[in-house]
Design a protein around this ligand. Structure first.
Ligand SMILES: [Zn+2]
Length: 140
């Protein structure tokens, strides 16, 4: 079957999205939330685990925390990159202060740290704040 599996970031349901809908307009069959966003979506630990394991589109996670200055500077840049990469990769944010377990499970030592998952595996990671253009090239 054509299309790519994507986890709904709102309800956690796994959806199959036809290629032609990856650009925009794809919605979750269960809750109706948009599956492709032009912004970085904030997710929790459970959703991250599901999406990192099942998604067939690259998933790029920005591990951050509210007390971290460089993270705050990177926030808008990361969101700009999410817009540029919409349909090619999904960019999400995980608050490591709210979801401390996630930081432990994924071995996050410093923030901001970006991790790129694809096909159920971690493909690469990078620590330190980056600009939108650099994030886009890093995601590749
Ligand atoms: Zn949903």
């Amino acid at each position: 079957m054509a299309g790519k599996k994507l986890t709904c970031l709102a309800c956690g349901q796994l959806n199959r999205v036809p290629e032609e809908k990856l650009g925009a307009g794809a919605k979750c069959g269960t809750c109706g939330a948009k599956l492709i966003s032009t912004k970085a979506v904030e997710i929790d630990f459970a959703t991250l685990q599901k999406a990192a394991k099942n998604d067939e589109l690259p998933l790029v996670v920005d591990f951050w925390a509210p007390w971290c200055g460089p993270c705050k500077m990177m926030g808008p840049e990361f969101s700009k990159a999410a817009d540029v990469l919409a349909g090619k990769a999904r960019l999400v944010k995980l608050n490591t202060e709210e979801h401390q377990k996630a930081g432990q499970v994924y071995g996050i030592r410093g923030i901001p740290t970006m991790v790129r998952f694809e096909g159920g595996k971690e493909k690469k990671r990078q620590s330190g704040a980056m600009r939108a253009g650099d994030i886009v090239s890093w995601v590749g």
